[in-house]
Design a protein. Sequence first.
Length: 154
Amino acid sequence: MRVIKSQSIKEHFNIAIVISRFNEEVTQALYEGALERLQELGFAQEHITVVWVPGAVEVPLAAQHLAHTGHFEVIICLGAVVRGETDHYDYVCQQVSYGCQRVALKNDLPVVFGILTTETDEQALARATGENNKGRYCVDAALEMVSVLRQIKD
């Protein structure tokens, strides 16, 4: 029986991060967490491409353009959608999650979904700062997916 699990990756590869500017206090913290984790793992700046977009809805389109370049082995999508008083939250969350998944499946490329969807600003900040920084978690998930997919292809 062949069992595929994440293994340590020795060589670095090109990774893209797409980040929404909307809710910038939160998204900046996610970005900083992701960069900190990449630096801890020894990724050089020339392996990292960062794309800032206006809002969460724009994230999948930027991810799709990055995927089409063929230059990246994984794309991390970061953002924060906080529930308001209208149905807008539900539409945005659905569009963004579907869009990111579609990019991944159409391009046979891991697209890590790091878009926080929370009820309050406080919840979003709690997930973007300190030990719970989801930007850091997304980097680890990205590396795990690259490792697993490389093994499947071998």
